[in-house]
Ligand binder design. Structure first.
Ligand code: ATP
Ligand code: MG
Length: 420
């Protein structure tokens, strides 16, 4: 067989220089999340399908329409993970982490899979940065997570991202709200899209999350969940707001913001960007409290709260900065002849061992073509090695952005570059 094989639709290759933006975001996450005490977990990309059916919810878009589900050779139904919270909770339960410590803070980064209609910021393989905190039901834990995201966005110098906040109540107060919501939506049934008419029966809260404009118009005048909250949920929400105020974090209460997953109770939040680069995919991340999930998945009764951010969307916001995060070589070494190439090869290896970023052209060729190559790499300095340099043990560091050459002893190149 011959011919070109293409990548899978909706699944992207990440190439330089864009990968440097990703590395910058990932590194910023690692440094920042460590300050908050969050440690990394890595779970498999494939899970038992039942995990997502029982957590994210059968009637959600994610499980109902978007999951990559297949049977393995042993006849098991497996799915590529569409999100990271359920796998983390599964691991938390499976390893009995609750018995080892009362409060657990985890983060993860990795690919997620959803069979969605593709557009800018919406792909079939995408990547999430997520954080989960188990063991504390206090508002301080919710706000710590939001603070961590706010500090991350600040560290990435991302502006104009607003925090939307809501409380979804709990099993005490949500049923009354849901009853009113259904009654209201039934009265406006004809104005809803076909999907939402089905959601109305199976999972009415999902209607609030529909992206269809006509549905959104109906939703805008739907009952306000805030007026239904029971006393403990009200108190929790007030405390979340008070602590956000304490930290000077701005937010907007949006009583019609629910999230696309079934497991949330009480706090739900989303970070929404107004940047045109994202088009309609403006939510860079979201999260909330899921106090029932761990128990529901067969674990102990442990409250939890989590957040997930879309790496592609963060990187789209930073795309114009690609050049800024690429790390060009400190030095490019060019060889005038075969003898210089031989000795220079050893010098290059030594300089790399000393911690410098050094490149050369393994094809050799004319000095002119090697210097052209040096230009392309955006190296800070170039060093030409020839007969004279090898005989005298001295060379010249040529600043590639212009300026006078700097005389240097060949065995002091590393030291000379480090001080510059
Ligand atoms: P949206 O409302 O944009 O569909 P969502 O509510 O489905 O997002 P979550 O499940 O909360 O998204 O996932 C958290 C984040 O992951 C989103 O805010 C987004 O940044 C990112 N994300 C979700 N789905 C995709 C996708 N298909 N492609 C790229 N990023 C995605
Ligand atoms: Mg979605």
């Amino acid at each position: 067989m011959s011919g070109k094989v293409s990548g899978v639709k909706g699944m992207n290759d990440l190439l330089p220089p864009d990968s440097s933006v990703w590395q910058h975001v990932e590194q910023t996450v690692r440094e920042l999340f460590a300050r908050f005490g969050y440690q990394e977990v890595r779970t498999p990309v494939v899970e038992d399908t039942a995990l997502f059916v029982r957590s994210v919810g059968e009637a959600t878009d994610i499980v109902g329409k978007e999951m990559y589900t297949f049977e393995d050779k042993g006849g098991r139904s497996l799915s590529l993970r569409p999100e990271g919270t359920a796998p983390a909770a599964r691991a938390y339960i499976e390893h009995a982490v609750a018995n080892q410590e009362p409060v657990t803070r985890w983060f993860y980064m990795g690919p997620m899979f959803r069979y969605e209609r593709m557009k800018t910021g919406r792909y079939r393989q995408f990547h999430q940065i997520g954080a989960e905190a188990y063991g504390a039901s206090e508002a301080a834990q919710d706000v710590e997570l939001m603070d961590m995201v706010v500090q991350l966005l600040e560290a990435l110098e991302l502006k104009d991202i607003s925090l939307n906040l809501n409380s979804l109540g709990d099993e005490t107060c949500r049923p009354a709200y849901q009853e009113q919501l259904v009654a209201y939506l039934q009265a406006h049934r004809d104005e809803l899209c076909a999907d939402c008419q089905a959601r109305l029966e199976r999972n009415p809260l999902r209607v609030l999350d529909c992206k269809n404009e006509r549905c959104q118009a109906v939703v805008a005048a739907s009952p306000d969940i805030q007026t239904f909250l029971c006393e403990p949920c009200r108190a929790h929400f007030d405390e979340v707001k008070r602590k956000l105020d304490l930290l000077g974090i701005h937010y907007v209460v949006n009583p019609r913001m629910v999230r696309g997953l079934d497991y949330y109770t009480r706090t739900a939040f989303e970070f929404i960007a107004s940047h045109p680069a994202l088009g309609t995919a403006s939510t860079v991340g979201g999260g909330g409290r899921y106090d029932r999930l761990v128990k529901q998945l067969g674990g102990p009764d442990v409250p939890a709260v989590g957040v997930a951010l879309g790496l592609e969307r963060l990187c789209l916001l930073l795309a114009s900065e690609a050049g800024r995060y690429a790390a060009p070589p400190d030095l490019f070494v060019a060889f005038a002849d075969a003898a210089a190439a031989e000795q220079g090869f050893v010098l290059v290896s030594r300089l790399r061992k000393a911690g410098l970023r050094v490149e050369f052209d393994p094809r050799g060729g004319s000095l002119k073509s090697q210097m052209k190559r040096a230009d392309r790499t955006h190296a800070r300095y170039a060093l030409v090695l020839g007969e004279n340099e090898l005989a005298s043990g001295k060379g010249q560091l040529k600043p590639m952005q212009g300026g006078e050459p700097i005389p240097v002893a060949l065995d002091e190149v590393a030291a000379a570059l480090v001080t510059r």
